[in-house]
Design a binder for this molecule. Structure first.
Ligand code: SF4
Ligand code: SF4
Length: 207
């Protein structure tokens, strides 16, 4: 019983003359250490709205919403720091060279109002001109084109995006594609299901 007391006394005396381990925050600015994992933040310039971060997030802190009931459909990714466990999986799995979302050194995350703990990015969505199903974020399609190069000219949707990138067309056409689909519709903005249908209808007409 005696020994631990002496040890504690020695530690108490040493601590009087040594520097504290804790910082004086909030009275003095706290500088986090090199690899500190603070609040993740989206980079709207780099993010391509693929949604990978929201899939890998173990805490469900990144919500993906496809908003289609507006004039220009968008994909919104919202990060909630109140739910985040700062594991870094979102950054580690970000397809945009780990730059679409990055953990910052921000640690002071107390808020007064509900909702202040969240921030979001929005990117244009491409939807099927026939059935209205979501095809993907436009930036993600451009990312795919850059990955597969000239092979992208063989795919109807990517061909349209390519034409826009090459300034052959001003933007992806929004012309409504009517049913019954025709073979030539594969060159329009239609989803894989409608594309398949257009092939089947064409094949059925031949037989
Ligand atoms: S740091 Fe982890 S918990 Fe937080 S958003 Fe990223 S993946 Fe989710
Ligand atoms: S590009 Fe990165 S940050 Fe953007 S949605 Fe994909 S994984 Fe998330």
């Amino acid at each position: 019983m005696k020994k631990p007391k002496i040890r504690e006394l020695r530690e108490a005396l040493t601590s009087i003359f040594s520097r504290p381990y804790t910082t004086k925050f909030p009275y003095r600015e706290h500088v986090p250490f090199e690899r500190f994992r603070g609040k993740p933040k989206f980079n709207p310039e780099k993010c391509v709205a693929c949604g990978a971060c929201s899939i890998v997030c173990p805490a469900g802190a990144i919500k993906l919403e496809d908003i289609t009931d507006v004039n220009k459909p968008v994909r919104r990714l919202t990060h909630y720091s109140g739910i985040c466990i700062f594991c870094g999986q979102c950054e580690a799995n970000c397809i945009a060279d780990k730059l679409g979302i990055k953990l910052t050194k921000e640690f002071d995350l107390a808020y007064f109002k509900q909702g202040e703990d969240s921030h979001f990015v929005e990117h244009e969505l491409v939807v099927c001109n026939c059935c209205g199903k979501i095809i993907g974020a436009k930036k993600h399609l451009i990312w795919t084109i850059r990955k597969i190069g000239h092979l992208s000219f063989a795919q109807g949707i990517l061909l349209n995006v390519n034409q826009e990138l090459l300034e052959i067309k001003s933007e992806i056409p929004e012309t409504k594609v009517e049913k019954p689909l025709k073979r030539t519709d594969i060159f329009k903005i239609i989803c894989p299901q409608c594309r398949r249908e257009s092939f089947l209808i064409d094949e059925a007409a031949k037989s």
